[in-house]
Design a protein around this ligand. Sequence first.
Ligand code: ADP
Length: 459
Amino acid sequence: MGKTLVSIALWALGGWLLGTWLGAATGWALFALGLLTMILVSGLQLSRIARWVRQIDDPPPPSVGPWDEILAPIYRKLKQNRLDLKERTRHFNRALLAAEALPDGALTLGPDQALIWCNQTAAGHLGLDLERDRGHSILNILRDPRFAQYASQSQWDKPLILSRGYGNQQRTLSLHLAPYGVGQYLMVTRDITQIERLENTRKDFVANVSHEMRTPLTVLSGFIETLLDWPAADQAPEAQRHYLELMAEQAHNMQALVDDLLTLSALESTTQEAGSPVDMAALIRAALEQALALSQGRHRFESRIDDQLQVCGQAGELASAIGNLLTNAVRYTPAEGSITVTWERLASGAAACRVADTGIGIASADIPRLTERFFRANRGRSRATGGTGLGLAIARHVVMRHDAELQIESTPGQGSTFSIILPPARVLAAGPPHDAPAAQPAGPAAGPDPAPAQARAQA
Ligand code: ADP
């Protein structure tokens, strides 16, 4: 702006000097001529600028004086903006290319789950055409009630596994939604057809092998028992009897393993049913009786069981899970330790079955892995007590099939508490929530609580 003012001042000064030298009239005439020239030049410049604005990508027209002062910074700013935009576009394209290179499908959805963008993999998985489907709700595009139900949740901890037909092919997809920003969603899609096929082959193989082993094992055990009971067995050499007993024990362990494998296969392969009312009090007492028999009087048992608390589920499955927890409590609690079983309603409305022991406990690092098949925190002890390594894996499956939770708390050297928490939706009949009354000692016959006292089961 400074330059512009200086040139106007110089122009006026020139006009005044000419006026004093050549006379006022000539001076004014020259001054007016100068002004006219300026106006004409400005008009010409304005029309050039108007032309340039229409093709803003070109450099501005050559200009002098104030026009140069105005146009130069505009052009510099434009150039800078253009460079910035180029840089951003490059970053954006790089991100898009990376998203395209993802082995999984990715989609971004806006409010109302309207499709904004998807990579080629997602388009292939879901049969999308970005040009055609952009802006349409993914619910309308997929038209699957299972997906609609999944999408209606407020948070998505787990993916939805969806089997869809493509022509004459059936594909299994895993779809996982995740919210980001405000009203924005990212959906990751994965084709797990092959993984599922392999998993099914594995399950079938384990189930078939277990099934095929069952009969020969039963025959073997039967003959070993027969040999042990043979009339002349008493006269047989001591070593021979000892070996037969070892064989009987190992055959028994193998039978237990095969039984657990078959239970696990059945849990994995059968579809989850709604279930029916389960008298949990009776079921827990039956499991307690078996635990008392296993304990052979080595442990102190206590129980607190709410007789009115019933749930909806699969009685056989729940009995198997609770039986495993109680068997473990007996096996991992040294003699003279105590085992407490409670069945009660929590303040949240959920129902909890807890099995607490004062046994050897579990290191905290091992707790997350306990429900893995064949994981043993205490390998030596587990084998010595005839564990199959599948008890907690079975319990976890049962718990999952009942929308329940398996909680494990433990302190090494002090004991463990395993809790099965069934959600309020599973509770059918219940009295008021418990305020944790004192546990009652449980007897071997485990009748209705308060149980007839037998603080210590007899050997
Ligand atoms: P196992 O047949 O070996 O007992 P499980 O699946 O039932 O297999 O249990 C897995 C592992 O968890 C066990 O090997 C043991 O180390 C540990 N465990 C389970 N229950 C208890 C418990 N009540 N106290 C201590 N450790 C336990």
